[in-house]
Design a protein around this ligand. Structure first.
Ligand SMILES: NC(=O)c1ccc[n+]([C@@H]2O[C@H](COP(=O)([O-])OP(=O)(O)OC[C@H]3O[C@@H](n4cnc5c(N)ncnc54)[C@H](O)[C@@H]3O)[C@@H](O)[C@H]2O)c1
Length: 266
């Protein structure tokens, strides 16, 4: 799909990958970029940069999501590209508090359910629409120190896949963005606990602008998976080819991370 002339509705657009996508969509001549975020000030600031509109939206608030989607459809005639990018990092194991698991589920998964629930009907009426969800490489592989994040990002990939399978023949295009490490404020939360770990993560990190470039290319080609780090496809293929061997490799990575030492192999 060509982004030129499109109306884009973006969540989590006030920072990092979302802000870079907003700027890139504007540079690609989108008709309008609606920038939403739980942090109104950052949403308005990015919207100002892209001649768009900035709104407060907590993506876990279903009623507010419905209201804003309806308002944008009324004001701008349609939503062409629904870009569900807001997400939160949640570290921890099965021992993480239930509230952390629930918040992760609400932001990383249910928010995608709510937004598609209200944007899809008009897209289906027109027989045209594009849904881009930001999951993570953790949703295809795993994140060794973050069970709530890994599990909910797997669910986000699964939902995107289901939407594509179900509505693809009715003109709805779906892409699922699965980056590895990206240099944004969120990266600090997953930076590891030692300088060595932090260096390893930062060494693999790419800029949010590189992710936005991959997004524009992925939307242009209408590919389901958008992988700004090509190595993720390699790991994903290895996982599918020999799941047990892949798990052994990840166990070794987990031990290296838990030991706080240097990481030799992923
Ligand atoms: N940075 C990485 O390494 C990385 C890697 C893979 C995937 N991701 C995913 O990319 C997406 C964007 O992350 P980022 O790295 O740009 O992080 P970021 O922290 O810079 O941006 C996330 C944005 O989401 C907003 N947000 C958080 N909770 C919200 C809520 N309930 N409602 C609305 N907005 C909310 C935040 O205010 C922030 O502006 C996330 O879904 C994240 O999981 C990030």
């Amino acid at each position: 799909m060509d982004i030129k002339g499109r109306v884009v509705f973006l969540t989590g657009g006030g920072s990092g990958i979302g802000a870079a996508m907003a700027r890139r969509f504007h540079a690609e001549d989108a008709e309008m970029v609606i920038v939403t975020d739980i942090d109104l000030e950052s949403a308005e600031s990015v919207a100002n940069d892209v001649a768009g509109e900035g709104y407060h939206l907590d993506v876990t608030d279903e009623a507010a999501t419905e209201t804003l989607i309806r308002q944008v459809e009324t004001d701008h005639g349609r939503i062409d590209l629904l870009c569900l990018n807001a997400g939160i990092p949640t570290d921890g194991s099965v021992d993480a508090p239930n509230s952390d698991w629930q918040r992760s589920w609400d932001v990383n998964v249910m928010a995608h359910v709510y937004a598609t629930r209200y944007a899809l009907p008009k897209m289906l009426e027109r027989g045209d629409g594009y849904i881009l969800t930001t999951a993570s490489a953790a949703g295809l592989l795993t994140n060794v120190s973050a069970a709530p994040y890994s599990v909910t990002k797997h669910a986000a990939v699964s939902l995107a896949e289901w939407l594509s399978v179900t509505y693809g023949s009715q003109g709805i295009k779906v892409s699922c963005l699965c980056p590895m490490f990206v240099d944004t404020p969120m990266l600090k939360a997953f930076g590891g606990h030692t300088d060595e770990m932090r260096n390893w993560v930062e060494g693999l990190a790419i800029d949010a602008e590189d992710v936005a470039q991959a997004v524009v290319e992925g939307i242009d080609k209408e590919t389901f998976l958008i992988l700004p780090h090509p190595v993720v496809l390699d790991y994903f293929q290895r996982k599918a080819l020999n799941y047990d061997r892949w798990i052994q490799g990840m166990q070794s990575l987990n031990e290296q991370v838990a030991g706080g030492g240097s990481v030799k192999e992923v």
